[in-house]
Write a protein that binds this ligand. Structure first.
Ligand code: IPE
Ligand code: IPE
Ligand code: MG
Length: 247
């Protein structure tokens, strides 16, 4: 697609979908209408990533901090989540998309929680793309929960402190089966990570666009991917060293 090199696509794309409220304000609409419009962008991005052959797509849909928003906004978002999952299930199955969730999903309202689990189970056999929704998610909370499990395993002698490596900690996170993101896109011009995949983003390329999430479409995604493909990921090495490495 228009200059994209298939071999150089990110294996894992993560997105902070931001700007629904500002989009709505610009149009004199309610914040909730901004979230409704934002779902269209979710559909476009999921479909495009699947078409392109991106293997892992992770969307930051709701943070732990977002629980502190007005009650009516929170409950509208939970309702939208449930409706989105119900509506998209057939399409996910048709397109071989496996849904996963990360975050403190037990704190979701029961209806949304059950629909989520149901969708995760029904798509568990799909292997075309892994779509991960970060819900009630906080990177620090994730790390703390990983630590709790790790400390418990140290106590019952399943692991020795000297054996702990980066890989060990990665394996205690709920992202353990997912490679680290290669590219993070954040919409709405905010230059921050907002407690997203803190551990996993150690070497992620970051792309910020001024476009607000409800207006983020296929062209914007392609533009971000082209920008990513033009970068040199050095991982601490020099350009000369990279030039000598076999691909
Ligand atoms: C992102 O849009 C959606 C969620 C965080 C759930 P916002 O609702 O944060 O939009 P702004 O930042 O207020 O424009
Ligand atoms: C980050 O957006 C969380 C999601 C996109 C779900 P926020 O709008 O909550 O982030 P801040 O508050 O601007 O950092
Ligand atoms: Mg925001």
């Amino acid at each position: 697609m228009k200059g994209l090199v298939k071999e150089k696509l990110p294996k894992h794309l993560a997105i902070i979908m931001d700007g629904n409220g500002r989009w709505a304000r610009q149009k004199s609409l309610s914040r909730i209408e901004g979230h409704i419009k934002g779902i269209q962008s979710v559909r476009t991005v999921v479909t495009t990533c699947r078409e392109l052959g991106i293997e892992f797509l992770t969307l930051y849909a709701f943070s732990i901090e977002n629980w502190r928003r007005p009650v009516n906004e929170v409950s509208a978002l939970m309702g939208l989540l449930q409706r989105y999952l119900r509506k998209e299930l057939d399409k996910m199955l048709e397109n071989n998309i496996r849904l996963r969730a990360i975050g403190d999903i037990n704190s979701l309202p029961p209806d949304a929680h059950d629909t989520l689990i149901d969708t995760v189970e029904k798509t568990a056999h799909c292997d075309g793309m892994v779509l991960t929704l970060a819900l009630s998610y906080s990177g620090r909370d994730e790390i703390i929960r990983a630590f709790r499990r790790l400390v418990a395993d140290i106590k019952n002698k399943r692991i020795h402190p000297e054996e702990i490596s980066e890989e060990t900690l990665s394996n205690y996170l709920s992202t353990k089966d997912i490679p680290d993101p290669d590219l993070l896109i954040r919409t709405s011009g905010e230059y921050r990570i907002s407690n997203f995949l803190l551990w996993e983003m150690a070497y992620t390329e970051i792309y910020v666009t001024e476009t607000l999430w409800p207006e983020f479409g296929k062209e914007d995604l392609i533009k971000a991917l082209l920008n990513y493909q033009s970068r040199e990921r050095r991982f601490g090495l020099t350009s000369e060293q990279l030039a000598m490495e076999p691909d």
